[in-house]
Design a binder for this molecule. Sequence first.
Ligand code: B16
Ligand code: MG
Length: 212
Amino acid sequence: DIKGVAFDMDGVIADTAKFHTMAWRQLAESLGVTWNPELQENLKGIGRMDSLNMILEAGDIVDKYSDAQKEALATSKNDAYKELIATLTPDDNLPGMKNFLDELQENGYQMSVASASKNAPFILERLGLTSYFVGIVDPASLHAGKPDPEIFARAAEILDLDPQYVMGLEDSEAGIQSIRGANELAIGIGVTGDVTLASTQEVSLAAIKAQV
Ligand code: B16
Ligand code: MG
């Protein structure tokens, strides 16, 4: 039986995927890399440096930049992104997620956050949601990002639960792979998982139990 829930953040709790897209797209186009929907989808859940490399590879210019130049490019994207997320308020929780967090809390589930974002603690504060979570995995401490299982394995450790008692919620392909690799139940939101839900609005314990 499931006792704990590990949450992805961008695209699951917070309506911030659109801000990542805006900031990456602006940087990509300034470097002459053509934006496309597939690239946009593949960037979901991928950490900052891996995202930059994916964009540079899409434009076949990955060898054009030194590590120091890449650091500067990633920092400029993050500066633009931070300006966008500074405007977040509790109204920017994705639809239905506050109710779901309340439902889980009322039913005694333990919750943690498995986000690739170094901005996750700031965003959860802005949304007024920090207190729901036992802890947040620090993505800077990971050896490998999503799709590697490490981040979701760590999210279960934070809950002091064996992975078989944990379900993970994700909106990205890379994240679903990470959850499955960690031997947790994968709940896909707008992406195929062990349980698949079309949007955050559909998420509830009943909707999940109906598919397991
Ligand atoms: P940052 P998630 C991920 O968050 C985003 O989906 C991805 O677009 C972003 O590049 C990554 O975090 C790193 O974010 O630059 O803020 O550290 O979906 O894993 O919650
Ligand atoms: Mg996400």
